[in-house]
Ligand binder design. Sequence first.
Ligand code: GRG
Length: 296
Amino acid sequence: MSQHFSAWLSAQQQRMEVVLDEVLPPRMQPRHLQEVMRYAVLNGGKRVRPMLVFAAGEIVAALPARLEKIAAAVELVHVYSLVHDDLPAMDDDILRRGKVTTHIKYDEASAVLAGDALQSCAFEILSEPGLCASAAQQLELIRLLSHAIGARGMCGGQVLDLQAVGRTITLPELEMMHIMKTGALIRAAVLMGATCGQTLSAQEYSQLDHFARCIGLAFQVVDDILDAEGSTDQLGKTAGKDRDHDKPTYVSLLGLAAAREKAQMLYHEAMTSLAPFGRQAIRLEELASFIIKRHY
Ligand code: GRG
């Protein structure tokens, strides 16, 4: 990671911490629910999806204040998915972002409700009057996010994931599951960042969309590799869960070496898609590299 990128990343992460603190003010009622939401959201996480919003927003010269709100909405939805994913009915985990999971710190009902409330908070932010230059742009943001996290995106992918436990699935089935469960929200983050500034040509939008799809899938391939290779300390969440739960992954289907090759292939395809944007896409390029090379 270049020093320049690493400084950018940590400045943006700090900026996100402030924005998230502002959208979840500590004194809101009911105090308990607000406390649970803040526990789940603040002080943790790489904030990759907000970074993708910022980096895509640079391509269309979007206003920083606008991007901050959109990035916050995407991160709140991501955190909701983590809180629900950790519940006993789902992945049943006790550690997330180096802290005990939300339902362990509080209780299951609080974790379910905090996840639900984070999701509605995200859509409330996106529908705030005046967020974008036009109502049509705001509707498009809401469409992109709701599509990405519903039955044909994240929730649908989670169902496929739960159904796959202990079963043998094909590579195309695994790919579809990963694209929906993880890739769809990452793709939405990029497209949302690119939707709130100058308008891209259809060709440019489709290039960016291809980048977003490649990097969304690559993110989960790397996650499979890290789950197999990383330690609990390094990841801040329980390592080796996929193998322990007999879950099909790129590593279990292809082996570590081929999984690494797949991630590299997707990375190169993603970079090729950015070529028409030249220097404007530098942050997206750096983020793609960060996603592939990350150790946590
Ligand atoms: C609707 C009841 C109900 C449940 C939904 C949506 C859902 C359950 C689960 C979502 C699926 C999910 C959690 C996918 C995992 C994606 C993934 C790789 C998460 C880790 O992302 P990072 O590494 O995490 O960016 P940090 O902590 O850095 O933000």
